[in-house]
Design a protein around this ligand. Structure first.
Ligand code: PLP
Length: 391
């Protein structure tokens, strides 16, 4: 038996374990000192009551022969796919229910989509970005090249015509930088993908955090994307579903590469290796897209975005440059005094008890930057902001 040697090429994912280790050491050394955790990538607000009520009602259905549900529809239940299609339609975006596949989250879909592409494809990734794109590409044996984010381009790298790529991952709003591409910028990415015969994998997991009405929420707002893009989305951050697990991927029927329909391939892949998201969870997910559901989840999104505003305002007061935080739940700050990411992480932790996430953990272009998450409590954020404003 031979193992997949590409899986052994992965670097140890030491970012979050190293952050946790340094926090534990700090707490052991300085017992009783308050930890202000702005490093959380998970949500902290509980699910909205109307969502959990729907779960309870769906669970009740399962206990009666007349309303019991066994295996579900292969692509996901029609009521949920219709609700998601209508959600896009509200913004004037045409995404048909037949192009939507329900899953148990964006991370799984991002990994599973790799089944559709040959190992001999070059992958283009923004740097820095959510590490799952890199790790899943390496595991599949693909060559990876980078589009470099920087202070100068506002961490929104644009295509470089001298580079050829087959698979292009875009994450907007971006984790970790909180930067969001404009429509004009996405048009350029779509044009570049078409010139290269490449596919865009667009991760819209944070679209619900966009405030500026001019910014795009979906790659399908861009003309022509239906022939060169797949969109991955999730209720994890939109509705606090990180522990519930429900996401979706849009694979348009119009998408054809190498003589094959990616929609048909994805359908076959899901039918073979996935047996559906729980009926109870799909019912809860559909509730999110009702008017009352959206009002409820936006209360929590507003809470997190107020946290982001407080963090960003404190940095501005201290004269520190930052990106993000206005249309995303992450604030990306430049470390003062040319400190590197880990040096500054240690300084913040030991001086003020504030934990961020070192930017270099998201890619080499994150060196010298730190990510703050707005998923903490208001109390923690307010205390941390008072220290940050005086940096
Ligand atoms: N995509 C991005 C950009 C993320 O930051 C995350 C989670 O942090 C995910 C996807 C994963 O989402 P899910 O919980 O749906 O797997």
């Amino acid at each position: 038996m031979k193992v997949n040697h590409h899986a052994l090429e992965l670097e140890q994912n030491y970012l979050f374990s190293e952050v946790a280790k340094r926090i534990r050491a700090f707490q052991a050394e300085q017992t009783g000192r308050e930890l202000l955790k702005l490093s959380i990538g998970d949500v902290t607000r509980p699910l909205a009551g109307i969502i959990t009520d729907e779960m309870k009602a769906a669970a009740e259905d399962m206990s009666h022969a007349e309303t019991f549900h066994g295996y579900g529809a292969e692509q996901g239940e029609a009521f949920l796919r219709d609700a998601i299609s209508a959600y896009y339609q509200k913004r004037g975006i045409q995404v048909g229910a037949e192009d939507i596949f329900i899953s148990d989250g964006a991370k799984c879909d991002l990994g599973n989509l790799c089944d559709l592409f040959d190992a001999d494809n070059t992958v283009l990734l923004p740097n820095p970005v959510y590490p799952v794109y890199y790790d899943t590409s390496i595991m599949a044996g693909r060559r990876v090249i980078f589009a470099e984010g920087s202070k100068e381009n506002g961490f929104l790298p644009m295509p470089d015509r001298s580079m050829r790529a087959d698979l292009i991952y875009l994450c907007s709003p971006n984790n970790p930088t909180g930067a969001v591409y404009s429509k004009e910028q996405l048009r350029e990415w779509v044009a570049y993908a078409k010139e290269n015969g490449a596919l865009i994998l667009f991760d819209a997991a944070y679209e619900a955090y966009i405030r500026d009405p001019a910014l795009p929420h979906s790659i399908f707002e861009i003309e022509g994307a239906e022939t060169c893009a797949i969109e991955i989305n999730s209720l994890s951050k939109t509705a606090g579903f990180t522990g519930v697990r429900c996401g979706w991927t849009v694979v348009p029927k119009t998408l054809r590469f190498d003589g094959a329909s990616l929609h048909d391939m994805w359908f076959r892949r899901m039918a073979t290796k996935y047996n559906g998201t729980s009926y109870i969870i799909q019912r809860a997910a559909a509730k999110v897209f009702t008017d009352e559901g959206l009002t409820a989840v936006h209360r929590d999104i507003d809470y997190y975005m107020e946290n982001a505003r407080i963090i960003k305002a404190a940095l501005t007061k201290a004269g520190i440059h930052s990106v993000g935080g206005e249309n995303a739940p992450y604030v990306w700050m430049e470390c003062p005094d040319h400190a590197d990411s880990w040096e500054f992480f240690d300084r913040l932790l030991h001086t003020y008890g504030i934990a961020g996430t070192p930017g270099v953990g998201f890619g080499t272009a994150g060196q010298g930057w730190l990510r703050f998450s707005s998923f903490g409590t208001r109390e923690t954020v307010t205390k941390a902001a008072a220290y940050l404003a005086a940096l």
